[in-house]
Write a protein that binds this ligand. Structure first.
Ligand SMILES: NC(=O)c1ccc[n+]([C@@H]2O[C@H](COP(=O)([O-])OP(=O)(O)OC[C@H]3O[C@@H](n4cnc5c(N)ncnc54)[C@H](OP(=O)(O)O)[C@@H]3O)[C@@H](O)[C@H]2O)c1
Length: 326
């Protein structure tokens, strides 16, 4: 089978497609014929060996995928060959086949395309866990989404609307702000402008943001916190800008605001009931047609490098997806 193989940590341009052996579904595992895989921020760091944990070499990048079950171990009863599933693994998704524990895949809701299923899980789980469970976003509140046209940002706009909030999207280009508006933002602001907090103040009718969804970090996070409403919640999701900001402790005091961390990687272990609640709600919205996941650019398998480059050059709209097989 064909797979992207990282033999040495290196920029994506130095990584290639190779013929490798077929994975085998070991005890408790299923093998999936991958049809689409999505590229996240972390995948780019892992390929270059810059992520906090390093995958042992050689490895195949890609954590999220959708496809068709191809083989199941004797001890697995929930799945049979031919089922359409979506899943997440530590790595290995940029390949024609992947073998993973049966617990790592879920049956795809009806009506979801392979591309949408591959782009769905992490971003929407993050958005609903952050806004619903951590930020307790309520109907009628004002939600500010930073990096609003990115993978988690666009999911946060859609989830914010489904929870009944008024959503203000902050993004760096007109194309990105239009993209955010297309998927539900009620107002947009250009947070590259020095006076963007004035625009935010206008957009919230002088109230400030009740909840801030922040996957960006850096200076913009500090400015956003200064615009938080009384009893507001600033959700720390990620640091796409590359800098971890340091918040002076007097600001939460003066603003009556909360800084709240969000890490979906830990919830299966620490809050399994929250994960179940969130996934059940997402499935209901998907099945009811209330939530249609956003698919960013779709790339052919042999163009996987372009998917990484688009994300790494801040040019991505939504999540980048690689189509594998037919
Ligand atoms: N805590 C969690 O559980 C969790 C879950 C998923 C992801 N994350 C993290 O959240 C962060 C964002 O993930 P994502 O999938 O939303 O990423 P993404 O699709 O690449 O979007 C990130 C956004 O950040 C903005 N940005 C600002 N400065 C940037 C820079 N120097 N380079 C790239 N982007 C920059 C960009 O918007 P503008 O151009 O409009 O500024 C971009 O659209 C990552 O750090 C990721 O690891 C955390």
């Amino acid at each position: 089978m064909k797979a992207v193989v990282v033999e040495q940590y290196a920029p994506i341009d130095q990584i290639g497609l190779q013929e490798t052996g077929m994975p085998v579904a070991g005890p408790g595992q299923v093998r999936v014929r991958v049809q689409a895989a999505s590229i996240g921020f972390v995948d780019g760091l892992k390929v270059e060996g810059r992520y906090q944990t390093k995958d042992p070499l050689p490895f195949t990048p890609g954590a999220e995928f959708a496809g068709v079950v191809d083989a199941v171990a004797d001890d697995v009863t929930r799945f049979t060959p031919g089922m359409r599933v979506m899943g997440a693994a530590r790595s290995g998704a940029l390949a024609e086949y992947i073998a993973v524990p049966a617990t790592a895949v879920e049956i795809m809701p009806d009506g979801l395309s392979m591309e949408a299923a591959a782009a769905f899980r992490t971003n929407y789980l993050t958005a609903l866990y952050a806004l619903g469970e951590r930020g307790t976003l309520r109907a009628g509140e004002q939600l500010l989404v930073l990096g609003a046209a990115g993978g988690t940002g666009i999911a946060a706009i859609q989830i914010g609307k489904l929870l009944g909030a008024r959503v203000i999207a902050a993004a760096s280009t007109e194309e990105k702000r239009n993209f955010a508006a297309r998927f539900g933002a009620d107002a947009v602001v250009d947070y590259t402008r020095a006076d963007w907090r004035d625009a935010l103040k206008d957009a919230t009718g002088g109230h400030g943001a009740d909840v801030i969804f922040d996957p960006v970090g850096g200076e913009v996070s500090l400015q956003a916190f200064r615009s938080i409403a009384w009893n507001g919640r600033h959700l720390v999701v990620g640091f796409a800008a590359g800098t971890i900001p340091a918040l002076p402790f007097n600001l939460p005091l003066l603003k009556g605001g909360l800084l709240i961390g969000v890490d979906v990687a830990q919830i299966a272990r620490r809050e399994p009931e929250a994960q179940t609640r969130v996934m059940t709600q997402l499935s209901t919205w998907l099945n009811d047609g209330k939530l249609v996941p956003v698919v960013g650019h779709v790339f052919a398998f042999e163009d996987f490098r372009a998917a990484f480059r688009t994300m790494q050059t801040r040019a991505a709209l939504g999540k980048m997806v690689v189509r594998i097989g037919s």
